[in-house]
Write a protein that binds this ligand. Structure first.
Ligand code: DGT
Ligand code: MG
Length: 365
């Protein structure tokens, strides 16, 4: 008896927050190509196009095996025509000419160089590019006006663009732990961001602080930062006060960036090191974000600061489009019933949303 096998087709849930996406996957060359185009689109201010490439890459990261032909993709959600062409090129030739062109283009390379400066976003980088600036030396020689943050970013450029190892992140976490125990015993320090998702290295260290008694955390950050500073552990910092008032109700998604409303410190730490690039001087500059959350908002803050960025975006999109709920790093609001849905854990937030729980290690979309 002869059976013809139908070509294999992958199945996939439409939202990235409904899928499990491990750190390591089998389609690296494809996702790298798509993410380069996503980055390039972001540099040109084409947010929609950037998102389309990011979505396509995210689908491929969740595939359980290596894609060998375009046909296997079938009608998978979230992969548009342009992304399919890129995938086909890479599958057939190992590279995609469009991606290679982008990578070699002066604009892309310059934008990458400038946006890697702490405190420089796409808009500033783009303006500098238009003004004819091309190198870091150009910035200095032409007397470009820089904020205090950008000056620090430029001063520590090489260190800040050297990956932070997990051991280094843990050592910084311990130093902050020591500081909070002096300032407010009982405060917990949680390593969030990529490290919580199991990444072996990252671009910064994201630390979440909270205290089990509501209200005790007020004013904590400035005391912690002063103490760390007195120990010569801080090379740069600027803090922002808590500007979130629950009474106001959450803002609609896609509006202002609501994740930035916690009491928060953007800093550069001076980390003592034995080996690596800073070994000769004995220390290395590391980007650290300290965020203070009141205990009632902690599960939302933890979920919001664990990432990935695309996972977060998809969670909020799912909440809004599928559940008429507004999710941010402070709260979850049900617009149909006009009420906030409290939670004491990340699991409970997923339950409120009617989503299967996705552990941090599977949020690498
Ligand atoms: P990394 O540090 O490059 O290894 O990777 P991640 O995943 O740790 O990325 P990171 O540190 O930029 O951000 C971690 C999560 O925290 C991310 O999913 C979103 C949230 N987050 C961090 N900074 C901001 C911010 O300024 N605004 C908003 N809305 N969210 C942020
Ligand atoms: Mg991070």
């Amino acid at each position: 008896r002869v059976t013809t096998l139908a070509p294999h087709r992958w199945q996939m849930a439409p939202y990235a927050c409904q899928r499990r996406t491990p750190l390591l996957h089998s389609n690296q060359p494809l996702t790298e190509a798509l993410e380069t185009l996503a980055e390039e689109a972001g540099f040109s201010g084409s947010e929609g196009r950037s998102l389309a490439f990011t979505r396509a890459a995210s689908v491929l990261k969740a595939l359980p095996g290596r894609l060998s032909t375009l046909e296997e993709l079938g009608p998978l959600p979230g992969i548009g025509e342009h992304s399919r062409r890129v995938i086909q090129d890479v599958l057939e030739d190992g590279v995609c000419a469009e991606v290679e062109r982008v990578k070699l283009s002066e604009r892309y390379q310059t934008m990458k160089l400038f946006t890697k400066i702490f405190g420089v976003g796409v808009r500033t980088a783009s303006r500098w590019y238009q003004e004819g600036l091309r190198t870091l030396v150009d910035l200095q020689e032409r007397g470009t006006k820089l904020t205090r943050q950008q000056q620090a970013g430029l001063r520590h450029y090489d260190d800040l663009n050297t990956p932070v190892e997990r051991g280094e992140a843990e050592s910084i976490s311990r130093a902050v732990q020591g500081a909070v125990q002096r300032c407010l015993p009982g405060t917990s320090v949680t390593l969030a961001g990529g490290f919580r998702r199991g990444k072996p290295h990252g671009h910064d260290v994201d630390l979440l602080l909270t205290h089990p008694e509501a209200g005790r955390e007020a004013g904590l950050l400035s005391r912690v930062v002063s103490w760390l500073d007195s120990q010569d552990l801080i090379l740069y910092q600027h803090s922002q006060e808590n500007s979130y008032a629950l009474q106001e109700g959450p803002e609609p998604p896609g509006g202002r960036d609501v994740m930035d409303r916690f009491e928060r410190c953007f800093s550069i730490f001076r980390l003592e090191v034995q080996g690596g690039p800073g070994a000769a001087r004995g220390w290395k500059a590391v980007r650290v974000d300290l965020v203070v959350a009141p205990i009632s908002q902690f599960p939302f803050a933890l979920l919001g600061w664990t990432g990935s960025r695309h996972f977060e975006r998809e969670l909020r999109r799912f909440a809004s489009h599928e559940r008429k709920m507004v999710l941010n790093s402070h709260a979850l609001y049900d617009s149909r019933r006009n009420l906030f849905l409290p939670a004491v854990s990340e699991e409970e937030i997923f339950q409120h949303l009617g989503l299967e729980y996705v552990p941090p290690a599977q949020r690498n979309t």
